[in-house]
Structure formats: C-alpha cells, structure tokens
Design a protein around this ligand. Structure first.
Ligand SMILES: [Zn+2]
Ligand SMILES: [Zn+2]
Length: 415
C-alpha cells in the first residue's frame, strides 16, 4: 500500500523537476524574442573608460619604465592598491553590501566605499542592485550579465551596451540606502573614484620619490591596477559561468574554478557562491584559496566584523549529493524505467536525510565534548567517534547507490 502511494509521489516529484527545467528553457526563448525588440544605447563614458584603460596602461607602463625606470616603490604601490581596491569589491561591494554575509563597523565600510570607488566599478548601490538581479534571475533576461548571451556580453559588453535606459531602479537595495556610507559614496562616486583610484597612488609616489615616482604611482597604482581589478571582476561574470565544475547545483551556469579563485581573491568558487550566496566564504574549506574570507575572519577577531554567516556542513553535503544524484539520474533515466528511477530517488532522499542527521549529531557531540568534565572526556570522545563512524557509513551508502544506478544501465543494455 505504502509503495503504491510512494512511487507515484516520488515519480511526480521527478516530473516536476523536469517540468521546471522546461519552463526555464521556455523563458529563455521568450527572453530572446523580447531582446530582439529592445533598444539599447552605447554608454560612451563606460566604453571609453573600459576599452581605453588597457592600451593606456600598456603605453604608460612602457614609457614610464624607459623614462624613469621601475623601482620597488611602483611595485609596492601597485600591490597595495590592487589588494585595497580588489578586496573592497570582493569583500565590501560583493559579500558585505550585496549579500549581507556579515556585519561590518563603519571604518571598514568606509574604506570599502573609498577604495571600491577607486576600482571604477560604479557605486555600491548600483553594483549591488545589478548583482542582486544577477542572483535572482541568473541566466535570464533580468540578469544584467546573463552568461547565456555569450562570454563577451557577460564580461563587459553589458556595461558598454546600456539596455536599461531610463531612471535606475534601486528598489532591491532599499536596505543599503539606510547606510550613510552607501549614500555618501553614491553621491560623490566620481570624485572619490578619481581621488582614491588615481590621485592617491600618484601622491604617495610623489611623497616617496618625487615627480618620476608620482607618475609611476599613477601608472602602476592607477591605470595598470584598474585594468587588473576590472578584468578580475569581469572574469567572475564571464569565465566563472563558462569553465569549471558544478558540484553544488546545476540550476544555472555558475562554475567552481580553482585557478579563477587564485586571481580573484577567492571569488572563483562561484558555483558554491550561487548555491549559498549568504555565506561569507566562497571557498568553504579552510584550505580553499579565498583571501576575502580570511580578511573577513581576521577583522572579526578585532570585533570590526560580526555575525559571519556560514552554511551548515550538512546543507553543503546535501547539495553535493543532490547534484551528484541528478547528474547520474539524467544519464540513466532513459534506460532504467520510471519505477526503478523512483526507487533510486527515494533511496537518495533517505541518504540525504541520514547525512543531515549524522552531521547534526556530530555537532552536538562536539558541544558535549567541549563542555565535558575531565572524567567524562573519554566517554564524550567515544560518542563523537561513533557519530563520525555513522556519517561515514551513510556516505558509503550513497556512493553505493550512485554506483548501482550507473551499473543498472549497463545491466539493462547488456540484457
Ligand atoms: Zn554574489
Ligand atoms: Zn554569477
């Protein structure tokens, strides 16, 4: 009796998933039709700046090198500004303001606002509004840097070809408008950008080594650094939606890429980020290269950051199991039949729930161990080991299930 209710229910759930994919595909086709009829303007200011800075940076770098020579001061200014402006975007604009993954006191918020302006990626308000739309409607028409429109569109053409003509819509960033730092930066964005992105590195250079070093500071800390930070951010919108793995979700084009994480202060773990956008980490394991996460954690030790949001381990593992199951199911579904697929669905669901419970049990045992008296420590330690062993068993069950699913197609084919 239970089986006769259970199988159709699970089957219906699977059909619902497939139908959702169908809907998304239909929406994309409608988007293409709408887009064809939509006018766009070339934003000349953005076009000249984004396309003009790379050749200017190369010419400036070569000319300055020949005329004044390159010293450690230019290198130092470049790296300090690269980190200051880069982290202001990844930690400030992205993880703090756009996603509210933690809370930061005003000195940090202000420094993100000043050096973020120097990154020349518009104001916090504008950037966060675009970014929240990107997460809400990833790969769809409302996504400003919709990666399905091609690499170059999501890389920077969306900034140059202004489709959203008219008054900007900040209804999705009303929470940010309450912050005086955000309002102040939005009001003086161009002045602040010019001062902190170009004038300040030149002024530091002048203070250290006179006119030649001032020009070096401007070229290396201003122009060349701007190009590096620009394209680091742009690569997350383009490359991180094209190349890499999808361990946590296949609902959109976001990918995890270690090499991209290396060049983008940890932002390359983009599939994880799309799956768990409120998490202050993008690389969630301690060894994942994610300087933005380390920066946030570091300042939390001094109480300048607080309420750091972390996704529970069970939730991350559940997402990985779900993705792994769906990938396998997609391959085997045409050959194994509805009833077997429904049975596999049910077993996967049971495994995921067991993993969740096992992780929670480990967390509880850890708390017990931390609070245990000296006499009870051994006993609590044993209980923790038991909980870990249970998790290992459930994980093995799931691997067995995936192996059985894969083997089931070969069995069917050979029969
Ligand atoms: Zn994001
Ligand atoms: Zn994305």
């Amino acid at each position: 009796m239970i089986r006769s209710i259970l199988f159709p229910t699970v089957y219906l759930l699977c059909v619902m998933v497939i139908t959702t994919i169908g809907d998304t595909e239909r929406r994309r086709i409608m988007d293409d039709v709408e887009r064809a009829a939509k006018p766009f303007n070339v934003n000349w200011l953005n076009a000249v700046f984004i396309l003009g800075t790379p050749p200017l940076a190369v010419i400036g770098g070569v000319w300055h090198g020949y005329t004044y020579g390159l010293t450690w001061v230019e290198a130092l200014i470049f790296f300090v500004w690269y980190f200051a402006c880069g982290l202001s975007i990844t930690v400030g604009y992205h993880r703090l303001f756009s996603h509210r993954s933690h809370e930061a006191r005003w000195p940090l918020r202000l420094s993100y606002a000043l050096f973020g302006a120097g990154a020349f990626q518009n104001s916090i308000l504008e950037w966060s509004s675009d970014h929240r739309r990107h997460h809400k409607d990833t790969d769809l028409e409302a996504d400003p840097y919709n990666a399905t429109r091609g690499f170059w569109w999501s890389h920077f053409l969306w900034i140059i070809m202004d489709e959203h003509v008219g008054k900007p819509d900040y209804t999705n960033v009303r929470d940010l408008q309450k912050d005086w730092v955000v309002r102040f930066q939005h009001r003086f964005i161009f002045t602040l950008g010019f001062l902190f992105g170009m004038v300040a590195p030149a002024a530091i250079g002048f203070a250290i080594g006179g006119v030649g070093t001032a020009i070096g500071g401007f070229v290396w800390g201003g122009l060349i650094r701007t190009v590096f930070v620009h394209h680091g951010t742009f690569l997350i919108n383009s490359a991180a939606h094209v190349w890499g793995k999808q361990p946590y979700s296949t609902k959109n084009t976001s990918k995890d890429s270690y090499w991209l994480a290396f060049f983008t202060f940890g932002e390359g773990f983009h599939n994880f980020h799309h799956a768990f956008q409120a998490d202050y980490r993008n690389g969630y394991r301690w060894w994942h290269w994610d300087p933005s996460k380390w920066w946030i954690r570091f300042w939390s030790l001094f109480n300048l950051n607080k309420r750091l949001k972390r996704t529970p381990k069970w939730s991350i593992e559940n997402a990985k199991m779900k993705t792994s199951f769906e990938n396998t199911a997609r391959v085997v579904a045409p050959t194994i039949g509805e009833q077997r697929l429904a049975a596999f669905c049910k077993r996967a669901e049971i495994c995921r729930e067991a993993v969740r419970k096992a992780h929670l049990a480990i967390d509880n045992r850890r708390v017990e161990l931390a609070q245990a008296t000296a006499e009870k420590r051994d006993q609590m330690h044993q209980r923790l080991e038991q909980a870990r062993a249970t998790l290992a068993i459930v994980q093995a069950d799931f691997h067995q299930l995936v192996a059985e699913m894969t083997a089931s197609t070969t069995t069917v084919v050979s029969v």
